[in-house]
Design a protein around this ligand. Structure first.
Ligand code: ADP
Ligand code: 5GP
Length: 189
């Protein structure tokens, strides 16, 4: 008999490594015992991004109000914008027996590791730094200045890779997602 164990899963990796691509595939392939935590952000939506699905797009003032009200499990300023995870959503889902996946950057990941030492932590790394840069540029979603900030953040993130339980190299998406599913099953079933 298998028993489902609701876990908090931190999913981190530099911008452009392919986290969004992997997760789109992952959520098509797994059961409904895991949910994606939709973050709040002050960054502008990209073409095709839907409010409430990709992010809750809110103003800086609204975000700062939510910080004051302690509505975030973690929050960080990344590349000039705020990003944060809603406390209540995470607690509700876990208490309903669902695992929750947080797709967050390093500073937020470190905050959650402190507050929730039982969280499972996964870092997605690129095959090479050059390939990361190619992917980030190839996405055509950021200005040159934003790309430079994200690459600088990526260097810091990669230095902290050893703090994570699992490291997955996203070389071929399918294979990387296979590994992610194995980890998910091992940790929750
Ligand atoms: P992130 O969510 O980590 O910022 P994305 O999922 O947006 O990254 O991926 C960045 C770009 O890299 C996208 O254009 C995506 O299609 C591409 N990409 C993702 N994974 C791979 C891969 N394994 N090989 C080649 N290109 C990839
Ligand atoms: P993007 O602007 O490309 O969607 O996201 C930029 C970075 O912010 C990514 O590394 C992404 O994982 C991270 N991020 C998204 N949501 C959150 C969040 O709620 N908290 C933190 N700390 N980082 C987040």
């Amino acid at each position: 008999m298998t028993k489902n164990k609701a876990k908090l899963i931190i999913f981190t990796g530099p911008s452009g490594v392919g986290k969004g691509t992997m997760l789109a595939d992952f959520f098509k392939r797994v059961d409904n015992k895991i949910v994606y935590s939709v973050s709040c952000t002050t960054r502008a939506p990209r073409d095709g991004e839907i409010n409430g699905m990709h992010y809750f797009f809110i103003s800086k003032e609204e975000f700062e109000q939510m910080i004051k009200e302690e509505q975030f499990l973690e929050h960080a300023c990344y590349s000039g914008n705020y990003y944060g995870t809603n406390n209540k959503f995470v607690d509700e889902k876990i208490s309903q027996g669902k695992s929750v996946l947080l797709e967050i950057e390093l500073q937020g990941a470190l905050q959650v590791m402190k507050k929730r030492p039982d969280a499972i932590t996964i870092f997605i790394k690129p095959p090479t730094f050059e390939e990361l840069e190619n992917r980030l540029r190839g996405r055509h979603t950021e200005t040159e200045a934003a790309i430079q900030k994200r690459l600088a953040a990526a260097k810091e993130e990669l230095k902290n890779i050893d703090k994570f339980h699992y490291i997955i190299e996203n070389d071929i998406v399918d294979k990387a997602v296979d590994k992610l599913i194995k980890i998910y099953n091992k940790e929750t079933k």
